[in-house]
Design a protein around this ligand. Sequence first.
Ligand SMILES: Nc1ncnc2c1ncn2[C@@H]1O[C@H](COP(=O)(O)OP(=O)(O)O)[C@@H](O)[C@H]1O
Ligand SMILES: [Mg+2]
Length: 577
Amino acid sequence: MKYWFKYVKPYIAYFITGPLCMIVEVIGEVLMPFLLSRIINLAESGNLTVEKSIALGLAMVGTAVIMMLGGVGGSYFGAKSAVYFASDIRRDIYKKIQSFSFANIDKFSTGSLVTRTTNDVTQLQNFVNMLLRMALRSPGMLIGALIMAVSLNPSLATVFAVSIPVMLVGIFILISIGFPRFQIMQGKIDELNNTVQENISNQRVVKSFVREDYEIEKFSSANASLKKAGMSAMKALIFMQPMNTIIMNLTVVAVVWFGSKMALSGSMPVGDLSAFVTYVTQILMSLMMITMLLVTSSRALASAKRIKEVLDEKVDLNDDNARYKDKRIDKGDIEFKNVSFRYYKHSADCVLNGINLKISGGSTVGIIGSTGCGKTTLVSMIPRLYDCDSGEVLIDGVNVKDYSLYNLREDVGMVLQKNVLFSGSIEDNLRWGDMEASEKDIISAAERAQADKFINSFNEGYDTNLGEGGSNVSGGQKQRLCIARALLKKPKILILDDSTSAVDTATEAMIRKAFAETLSGTTKIIIAQRISSVMNADMIVVMNEGEITGVGNHDFLMENNTEYREIYQSQTEGKGV
Ligand SMILES: Nc1ncnc2c1ncn2[C@@H]1O[C@H](COP(=O)(O)OP(=O)(O)O)[C@@H](O)[C@H]1O
Ligand SMILES: [Mg+2]
């Protein structure tokens, strides 16, 4: 509770006003049957005058108006509090996610982060809204109506001594059956959400592998088990409403039975009896509302817990202890000193195993090796997408952890293997690299990435809108746009992780040439599958299963490294190169 108070505090006035307005409504609601009963009693005894009926009528109209104002105010402030409260939480989750490292994100999975930011917050918002409207209203009505009923006729009120406990026991039994079933259902909803999320964001892959049927199957089974869980939870609660109704009706029958006898004997006015019947419904209805509130709160608590997990997640990668916060990368020398890393801290096998490597500033380095050998992981250590477990990564002789994350990532341009563009124009996307870039800079970057030509072939040129994730350009075009975007950063270290795999070799050679001519001061690290992409590099690193098995230029490796020679031969066979 204390935890959430900081989100309540700014709107505390609304949080208090809402329930107070509800109290006004409740007072009216309890007063109304009483006023009506006065009129009936007067009529019964033949004492109803025009003046009296006007006065009582006006009192009822007045009460109704005040009640309405209370109701409107209560709903308004309740909704307003809930909406503001939720919006702040959503903002904080989003902010928190922005500060997450890759490792943090891996831990939650994207699907679950989306669900937590949207669905869980909405769940909590609805609960707060309901709570503010009901928390005082239902107990208030329960107590108010009880007091009125007892003061109207204490002996008749003894019926509640039977019906309230019966109802509470019934509700308790149903909830203790239904509650665990609801929790199972909540888990199934999560499962379904994850399936849907993953499928929809990867529709292209699903289609290209013609896996629709399989995916429908997967969805159907998640959907079926949700249906089953939902039905099972419902079966328990299906009795709730009828049970309450029957208890209520039986109570009314009992009240009318005993009450009419009293009325006939003259010990209870008819008006009192009619008011009493209304109080019976009010009392039992508000009891039911209170239990419903408790049921919903369990669901909201689960959501609150999931939100709290994100907000409390320790960001495991930060620059709090950086020693040279103002330092920028100058030469672009890189050194890996005995670097080891694993994604799962409990697994025995290292993804990187005691890596030692020196790269001098301004040089071009190729990295080659089979898929899964750790190339991407190795370069991820440079801009600190992940931190190594042991050893250290130095840039210009300074540990990467001693740079501010901002400066480090500003100066290291990385074109990720799984890179994406954002919806918006091509120019907007390129500007991600540098918001202040001039038109000349943008065109120059695009030219060097060999993207200028195809951009100009589009009708709208640089204003062409890209679909979600850059869906309306080809794979090779997308890669070139990503390279141009990285170039605009004017990085001191440029890492291309398999970034020209979909670009034809002739175009790729032109990109390499442009790099050689215009990026002499930048350290260039190029991960590639094709030997031709790295053949002319100053230094080539051969990797295998998390270790470096060879370092040298092409001629040296051809002489001394069997693995490199084999890759070369397998790629050049029959081509006469
Ligand atoms: N985010 C991740 N979480 C867990 N394991 C990963 C992750 N990324 C890569 N791996 C694993 O680490 C190993 C090295 O992967 P990676 O560096 O991507 O190889 P490469 O780039 O050489 O193909 C692989 O076995 C891969 O399955
Ligand atoms: Mg890779």
